[in-house]
Design a protein around this ligand. Structure first.
Ligand SMILES: O=C[C@H](O)[C@H](O)[C@H](O)COP(=O)(O)O
Length: 203
């Protein structure tokens, strides 16, 4: 069982897994979004779902920013489903280009919020020191609606010194379904750059 991440980097993995399946690799994929499901179907990867299996052997996913193994994810608003699948995996492998590596976590944190709770959640998030912006859909009037029917706030916290503490605070805000801080979840970070690929072990 292989968790299939979301985003432009995870898409390369799905494509490569599809080629391996064509050559006889026996796997079933667990998509984390509409996008990863569609790509996997195109690539010919047999699919299943998290609630239909006993466990997940490995999940492979991208990230928006990586600092010392801690991640910010959710640029594609898929972080809730990704966190469920990635956290369930025996091994969680992150694939990024080296532009995603940073010294400090500063990327805005995507926070998925139940639509009716938007104003109260925004107020609570401001109390935590963040500046939230409702993510706009861009090519539709109104906000991005997630696969769980919620909205996403991109929250600027400046430099995040303690991601575990911030993650716990965000998780305790009523109406927050999930946030994009992935703390102590990644087992391995695979980094691609002009000089090739290197692997950073985290756990
Ligand atoms: O919701 C989307 C995900 O968390 C992506 O894995 C993340 O945004 C990285 O995407 P990309 O590889 O396209 O930069």
């Amino acid at each position: 069982m292989v968790g299939l991440g979301t985003g432009s980097t995870a898409a390369y993995t799905i494509e490569a897994l599809g080629e391996a399946v064509e050559q006889g690799l026996d796997i079933q994929g667990i998509p984390t979004s509409y996008q990863s499901r569609a790509l996997a179907l195109d690539a010919g990867i047999p699919l299943t779902a998290l609630d239909a299996v006993d466990g997940v052997d490995i999940a492979i996913d991208g990230a928006d920013q990586v600092v010392a193994g801690q991640l910010i994810k959710g640029g594609g608003a898929a972080h809730a489903q990704e966190k469920i699948v990635d956290a369930a995996a025996d091994r969680f492998v992150v694939v990024v280009d080296d532009g995603k590596l940073a010294d400090q976590l500063t990327h805005p944190v995507p926070v998925e919020v139940v639509p009716e709770a938007r104003p109260t959640a925004m107020a609570a998030i401001r109390d935590l020191g963040g500046e939230p912006t409702l993510r706009d859909a861009g090519r539709k009037d109104g906000p991005v609606i997630t696969q769980h029917g919620n909205v996403v706030l991109d929250v600027d916290f400046g430099r995040i010194a303690d991601p575990a503490a911030l993650g716990a605070s965000l998780a305790s805000v009523p109406g927050v379904l999930e946030h994009g801080l992935f703390v102590d979840l990644a087992d391995e970070i695979v980094v691609g750059g002009p000089n090739g690929v290197r692997v950073l072990e985290t756990n």
